[in-house]
Every structure is written in C-alpha cells, then in structure tokens.
Ligand binder design. Structure first.
Ligand SMILES: Cc1cc2nc3c(=O)[nH]c(=O)nc-3n(C[C@H](O)[C@H](O)[C@H](O)COP(=O)(O)OP(=O)(O)OC[C@H]3O[C@@H](n4cnc5c(N)ncnc54)[C@H](O)[C@@H]3O)c2cc1C
Length: 410
C-alpha cells in the first residue's frame, strides 16, 4: 500500500530509503521535541539550521541541480514520479520543510532549462556550497493569483509588476505577495509584464533576481496557519536593475513554466499525501494503545470504520498521484487534467483524513504538544496551493469539454 515498492525503480527505492532515514532520524524527532517552535514570531528562530544541513548531507537539496555542478539528477523518464515520492516522504515529517525543498527543486529545474551556462554556474555553485540557500518563485501579486492561473486573455489582468529594458538592463518595479521561501530566499524567479499590448500569456517574462540586488526588499514574513517551517514572504521591487542576461524567458514565461507548473501540482498532491500518511500512522498507534469501554479503540466498530475510511482515501490519493506523475513523465496529453485532478483530490481527501485523525484522538487531537492538530493545519494550506480548488476544477472541465464549457476558465 501507499507507494508500494513494486512500482519503484532501484534508484527510486534507494532515494526513498535515504529520505526516509533522514525524516525518521532528524525531522520527526525535531518536530516532536519542538512543538511550540513553529509559533516563534521570529521567523529566523523556527527551523534549526541543522535540518537543512542534514538534508544537504543526504543529497536531498541537490535534486534537480545538474550533475556537472554536483547535483543529483533523477532518471529523466521518471522525474515527476521520483520527486513525488521524495516530497511525500518529506511532508510525512514536516510539510513546511517539504515546501522549502520542493521550491528549490522546481526552481533548479527551471534554471537548468532556461538560464545561460555562466549564470547556472554562478547560482548552482553558491547553492551547493550554502545549505541554507533557498529559492522562491514570484507570481502572486496583491491583486490576486486566480486570474493568472486561468489565465484570462485580457490586458486588464496582466501582471502589475513590470520590467522595462533600458539599454542592456531590465528595470523591475512591483510587489509580490504570499511567496513560498519569499522571506529568506537568496534567489528569486520573478514574473513581470514586458508587453502591455499583449495578454498575460504572451506578454509576461521571467527573470533571475538575487536577493542582494539594490531596490529589492523583503517587507514581511506572512504568519500562516500551517506549513510554518517555510517562511512565506512579501517582496517589493523598486527600480530593481538586472542585466539583460538575467532574463529567463521573454514574453511566453507562463507557457514555458509548464515544466514547473505541471510537476508543481503533482508535488502539492504529494505533500498532501505525506501529511495524510503522518496523521494516519499516528492514529493507527493511538487506536492500538488507548483504551475506552474496556477495549483498545480499534476494537470499537465506529473507530474501525473511520480508520478504514482514512486508509481508503490515502490509497486512492496514492493511486491517482502515481497515475498523474506517470502522465507527466510520459508527456501524455492527459497530464494537465490529471495534475489538476490530483491536486484537488489529494488536498480535499487529506483534510478529511486529518479530520478523522483529530476525531479519533479525542481531546488529544486539539493539543499542541501531541501534534495531530498540526497535520490538519498543514493540510489546509494545500487547498489553494498552485490554484484554488474551484479554479483547478474550471481547468479540468475546460480541458475535458473545450467546445462547450464556456469562457470562465480563460
Ligand atoms: C502558504 C502559501 C504559499 C504560496 N506560495 C506561493 C508561491 O511560492 N508563489 C506564488 O506566486 N504564489 C504563492 N501563493 C499564492 C497562491 O498561489 C494564491 O494564494 C492562490 O493561487 C489563490 O490566489 P489569491 O490568494 O489571489 O485568491 P483569489 O484569486 O483572490 O481567489 C479568492 C477566491 O475567489 C475564487 N475565484 C477567483 N477567481 C474566480 C473566478 N474567475 N471564478 C470563480 N471564482 C473565482 C477563488 O477560487 C477563491 O475561492 C502562496 C499562497 C500561500 C497562502
């Protein structure tokens, strides 16, 4: 059950074991011994540096970085599946930590695909040398993100952030919000409008912007309900000047980012699954230990029924996740639909799994020092990630019934 070994290649099995060892030895004990630490209002004081250092030592930060820079390249025809397996394992330990690393992997893939060689060398060399080095992907702005996910073909929904070419320098102005790793990233991929006469899909470009570039300021760390070991931030760009070579993709950046968005949805689903598995495993232990009515809880039929429901939902998520990740790896025409389906399905099902976990833990389910409530908070974060449930559902129907579905989905 749940990513059964028989579906894994030797490389995937080995990577999963490495990740599982790290999660069991480092992540789970840290979370259990530091229940209040995610609520420290100093974002720098939350996750101990040791967690990223140990992830680095296990090779987990280097996924997606080309081998010539010391990275770990996964089997290309299984990449989405492998990333999904590792993200599931990490989120089983802590979903905020998984968020941190998943952003790094996705942006590493983007950079290796679009950045010129000398910039790859510059940034990957730094990345490999600094275990605390994080990367962030800046799309969302205060005016909202759903219009960008759909994306509507109308100039008024274009990005407010602009980039203007002056001689050989791009000048970026704007504000990005709700950005994963935004508070503590060293490198940002920034999306900006470069041609206001065109709709967003054909007038948006992407840029590499180092944190220490003059004019870039991180204005806040957002305090979120879950995934709190990832520091979500807001970034302002005030006449930020970057050389022309920092342009990753001109005008069609959103379309080209599908190498990022499709696996991105698979990874959101994988993080949901990891959270659900963590909640399920804790609940299995609890119902075998806690006695009520003279019997351990599992011997009560209502408890057994909830446990069966949790396991069934997780198995269904696993199966759809494997199917969607395979479709990405095979570049199947169904990949887009399946990625949206699994993102929606996994996030909703895992909220239900966590609700059962809380219910089966009784009062302990609500106690900070027990940690079951954390699974629920972490699961809730994934409902809107990479597009809200409703927006993702629009995309599913639009893709299945393009001629009759209407214009709501762009
Ligand atoms: C923890 C966290 C991490 C994030 N990480 C990143 C990141 O790394 N990079 C990044 O760029 N962004 C990031 N985001 C932003 C995230 O992608 C957006 O919050 C999400 O896509 C929803 O956009 P919004 O918040 O602007 O909501 P809105 O777009 O304002 O949506 C609000 C509500 O209106 C509904 N709605 C919107 N449009 C329509 C429509 N046309 N028809 C019907 N209903 C509609 C939505 O479904 C939703 O229910 C993150 C957000 C959070 C909270």
């Amino acid at each position: 059950m749940f990513f059964d070994d028989r579906y894994l290649s030797d490389e995937q099995r080995q990577m999963r074991e490495t990740c599982r060892r790290y999660v069991e030895k480092v992540v789970i004990p840290f979370i259990a011994q530091n229940r209040t630490r995610e609520w420290d209002m100093d974002p720098d004081a939350r996750l101990a540096p040791q967690l990223l250092e140990e992830a680095d030592a296990a090779g987990l930060r280097a996924l997606g970085v080309p081998e010539r820079f010391g990275g770990v390249e996964v089997e290309p025809d299984r990449a989405a599946q492998t990333f999904a397996i590792i993200a599931t394992e990490l989120a089983r330990g802590d979903s905020g930590l998984a968020d941190k690393l998943v952003q790094n992997w996705k942006i590493s893939v983007l950079i290796s695909r679009f950045a010129p060689e000398h910039l790859q060398e510059h940034w990957f060399t730094r990345y490999m040398a600094e275990p605390q080095f994080l990367m962030a992907h800046c799309l969302t702005e205060p005016r909202g993100a759903s219009d960008r996910w759909l994306p509507y073909s109308s100039p008024e929904v274009n990005m407010d952030t602009t980039a203007v070419l002056e001689a050989d320098t791009w000048v970026i102005n704007g504000r990005k919000q709700f950005i994963s790793n935004g508070y503590d990233a060293s490198l940002y991929v920034v999306y900006a409008n470069t041609d206001d006469s065109k709709p967003m899909a054909t007038g948006t470009s992407s840029f590499l912007v180092g944190r220490d570039t003059p004019g870039l300021s991180v204005t806040r760390c957002n305090e979120t309900i879950g995934g709190r070991f990832m520091n979500n931030g807001e970034i302002v760009f005030d006449d930020v000047r970057v050389p022309a070579e920092n342009l990753l993709v001109r005008d069609s950046a959103l379309a080209q980012a599908s190498i990022y968005f499709r696996p991105g949805k698979v990874l959101v689903a994988a993080k949901s699954l990891g959270i659900g598995l963590g909640a399920y495993e804790e609940t299995v232990k609890f119902v075998h230990e806690r006695v009520q009515g003279g019997r351990v809880l599992i011997q009560h039929q209502a408890v057994a029924s909830r446990l069966a429901d949790m396991a069934t939902r997780l198995e269904a998520v696993t199966t759809l996740l494997r199917h969607a990740a395979l479709a990405v790896d095979e570049a199947s025409g169904e990949a887009d639909v399946l990625c949206n389906m699994v993102k929606v399905f996994a996030s909703n099902e895992v909220v239900e799994v966590c609700r059962h976990a809380m219910e089966l833990h009784g009062g302990y389910g609500a106690m900070l020092e027990v940690g079951i409530e954390k699974y629920m908070r972490d699961a809730l974060i994934n409902l809107h990630s990479d597009g809200t449930t409703d927006v993702s559902n629009f995309k599913i129907v639009k893709a299945m019934f393009p001629a009759t579905s209407g214009a709501y989905a762009g």
